[in-house]
Design a protein around this ligand. Structure first.
Ligand code: FAD
Length: 454
């Protein structure tokens, strides 16, 4: 039995079925979970519309004259909805193809091997299984400071179903979700302020990359306040919202989007009773995704760590394989992180700050996209590639990219790190010309001061 059909659960279910298990998935919402319904996919659909808009708006630079362009926000949102519906149906087809049974309802683990399912339409029913995989995911954190009403003070869930673009939007939280929404709504015409309490955007990521992002957001007229806490939110006389910051600034907005993190959706699923949770409510697991209870595995956002869809799916595969008697272990060292801002950001491995804190001697190579033929031809000259390698062994410790195509380029970087490549290995690999990938080669050459085009 798999509880939850997000990217952790549905992938686990299919993998277990491939290995010969009789699999039942229990899902209380829509197939695809957060990722497909209110996360990765709808945001990327909106960002794609925004990207088309930007391309048309800059068409003049490419020698193409177009008239005035207006985004049709309801059209943009309904395109995203259609994509979500199609992909969600696709998971249903995959379940059928793999013989996975789906039960609609809320699952709760009663004891190892036993799950109760409650739904609005039927009375509670109990099911037995040799193994249970809990993949219940996460929900937006909603701190008490914010007077959430689902209309003017909202989370990312509501932000994906708005009827109109707000005139003035305040985004609270400069992590991946906050900066992506800031880019979306700013491009669609909102006046956007963004507040992050940590000293940099994208806390935990390489500081230089975060700084580049800050510059790009400024160019897009998004006002960013870092190292500043939001202290109070009040309703103004003009029905607007006013937000007081620890810096003394007061910001006015029509809507506040709170993106200050996510919390595990592990309440009332039986995990507390079985003592499976840590102090933050995440399910504790070992490297085989097994909890402390016999035959109960857990994966995805519910177990914490990086809250990313591809990490959830990989854990789902590991849990399914272990449940089926194989020996799969998770390796968290090489998980790429992508932020789909404009320009995009993608990172794998450690930041310069983390590597230095670990006391390592480093060699660092950087290459700006502005020096790349392809980037100039495409009008995408913002950003850079930064490669951090171990000074003693030249092994790559981290690759950080901000710029066009970053989220696709990072696959090559992750493979290089998986194969324990050195910067010299990437530098010695012939990359096709003219492509954005050449920036990876040039940054690797720059590690030893051998870059050709800077
Ligand atoms: P979820 O996707 O949350 O799925 C859990 C499922 O379990 C849900 O369908 C839920 O209804 C169901 N469930 C919960 N409790 C029960 C129960 N008791 N019984 C039955 N069913 C239950 N990640 C990326 O990698 N790339 C991105 O670009 C990206 N963009 C994002 C953008 C936004 C706005 C958000 C919010 C998240 C984004 N993420 C992204 C994160 C990604 O969505 C999550 O990491 C991923 O969905 C986690 O997968 P999961 O299977 O663990 O949980």
């Amino acid at each position: 039995i798999v509880i939850g059909a997000g990217p952790g659960g549905y992938v686990a279910a299919i993998r277990a079925a491939q290995l010969g298990a009789e699999v039942t998935v229990i899902e209380k919402g829509s197939l695809g979970g957060t990722c497909l319904n209110v996360g990765c996919i709808p945001t990327k659909a909106l960002l794609s519309s925004v990207s088309v808009l930007r391309q048309i708006r800059t068409a003049g630079e490419f020698g193409i004259n177009v008239g005035k362009v207006e985004p049709d926000f309801p059209g943009i949102v309904s395109r995203a909805k259609k994509i979500v519906e199609e992909l969600s149906k696709g998971i249903g087809f995959l379940f059928k193809k793999n013989g996975v049974k789906l039960i609609r309802g809320r699952g709760e683990v009663i004891e190892p091997g036993k799950v109760r399912v409650t739904s609005e339409s039927a009375s509670a029913e109990e099911f037995e299984a040799d193994a249970i995989i809990v993949a219940v995911g996460s929900v937006p954190a909603m701190p008490e400071l914010f007077p959430f009403d689902g209309k003017t003070v909202i989370t990312s869930n509501e932000a994906l179903g708005l009827a109109d673009v707000p005139d003035r939007l305040l985004v609270v939280g400069g992590g991946a979700i906050g900066v992506e929404f800031a880019c979306i709504f700013s491009a669609l015409g909102a006046n956007v302020n963004l507040v992050e309490m940590m000293p940099q955007l994208l806390p935990g990521e390489d500081a230089e990359v975060a700084e580049e992002l800050g510059k790009s957001l400024k160019c897009r007229e998004i006002d960013v306040y870092t190292g500043v806490k939001l202290q109070e939110i009040g309703r103004g006389q003009d029905k607007g919202i006013s937000a007081r910051l620890s810096s003394g600034d007061e910001l006015k907005a029509d809507m506040v989007l709170v993106a200050v993190g996510r919390v595990p959706d592990t309440v009332n699923i039986g995990a507390e009773r079985l003592n499976l949770l840590d102090e933050k409510g995440f399910i504790r697991v070992d490297e085989k995704m097994l909890t402390s209870a016999a035959g109960i595995y857990a994966v995805g956002d519910a177990v914490g760590g990086m809250l990313l869809a591809h990490k959830a799916s990989e854990e789902g595969v590991a849990a399914a394989e272990n449940a089926m008697g194989l020996d799969a272990k998770m390796d968290y060292g090489i998980i790429p992180r992508c932020i789909f801002t404009q320009p995009e950001i993608a990172c794998v491995g450690v930041s310069e700050e983390t590597a230095r804190a670990e006391g390592k001697e480093l060699k660092i190579g950087k290459f700006p996209f502005s020096s790349l033929g392809k980037a100039r031809a495409s009008g995408e000259t913002e950003g850079m590639v930064k490669i951090i390698s171990d000074a003693a062994t030249d092994e790559i410790l981290g690759i950080h990219i901000i710029g066009a195509g970053a989220t696709d380029l990072i696959g090559e970087a992750a493979l290089a790190m998986k194969l324990e490549a050195t910067a010299e290995d990437i530098a010695g690999t012939i990359h096709p010309h003219p492509t954005f990938g050449e920036a990876l080669k040039e940054a690797s050459l720059a590690v030893d001061g051998k870059a050709i085009h800077i």
